[in-house]
Design a protein around this ligand. Sequence first.
Ligand code: KG4
Ligand code: ZN
Length: 357
Amino acid sequence: MIILGIETSCDETALCLIEFKGENIDNGEYKVLANIVNSQIDIHKEYGGVFPMLAKREHTRNLPIIYKQILTESDIDENKIDKIAVTTGPGLAPALWTGIVFAKELKEKLNIPIVPINHMEGHILSTIIPNTDKSDNFNKFNKIEFPALAVLISGGHTEIVLIKNIGEYQILGHTVDDAVGEAFDKVARMLNLPYPGGPQISKYAEMARLENFQSEFELPRPMIHSKDFNFSFSGLKTSVLYKLKEYTDKGIEINDRIIKNISLEFENSVTEVLIKKTNRAIDQNEIKSIIVGGGVIANKYIRNEFIKLSNSKNIRLHLPEKDITGDNALMIAISAFLNTKIPSNEDIIALGNLSLS
Ligand code: KG4
Ligand code: ZN
């Protein structure tokens, strides 16, 4: 079976073609035929974040171009495609609609079903493939033992999800304000670092660690002791703002040393809260495997701390390959294959706030 994956929920226009064999995670196999991600970061950079109507314009322009490219790259006749998997939410509604409209046009043309995919399920299942390369051979999926716990950390979401099986999700906790990636981006903006801020902050924090930097201050660990699995990162961002104000009030220029200090302390705080809550969720739910997905897991330090946690708990950890931590279409096509509970229906609409449970 060949599935076309389409992802346009934010600022990446992504399409892929994957061929699948078998029926499920145990006996299924996949082969990547083509995979393209077109990032709009350079266009949104000057606005300091994603500008929805600009994202819509770019997706609309790029979708037919990338579609032709994946057909050429895979050398597949479009009539061989069996299904279309498209992200229907959560995300920016104008951006989501572009993918949906494109999918519907193809559905009419090729007379094949559309499967609506939740972007966050995509991030969960992005961890299930051991490699993303185009190849002539089929690959098996990684084995995930259930119940699994997914920690989803992206620009729009921060969630801890209990997974009883593929398609059976229960959100145990989520951020009550900013998402982790959003907080990284906002702190970076305060420091006059370019969008997206996550990689910038992590670069400065890494430099600080390598230098064995001695911090002048610590930042708070919001909600670290709360009994629930919720998060709050907006106060942490405000603490950074006050710290910067303290310096500027004293006439001190925000130099590299201060940027390193803030980046290091911010990354430490976020990581400690994420690890602590994950640790507790593992204990309370007899978890057998951990999944961490979403753009923020590109962060080396956070990745390493999750590896340490899984080692200390003796639980297998599933992380996405480095090239699919961010938004991509592979995870969307894979979700359509593995989650057989999703009905393919006629009435597919964009759901900006779509939830996993
Ligand atoms: O999953 P994603 O690509 O898009 C959404 O679905 O939101 O996540 C994007 C987020 C951005 O906020 C970006 O700053 C963050 O992931 N990010 C990072 C790193 N790389 C990307 N955050 C921290 N450290 C990184 N190395
Ligand atoms: Zn995402």
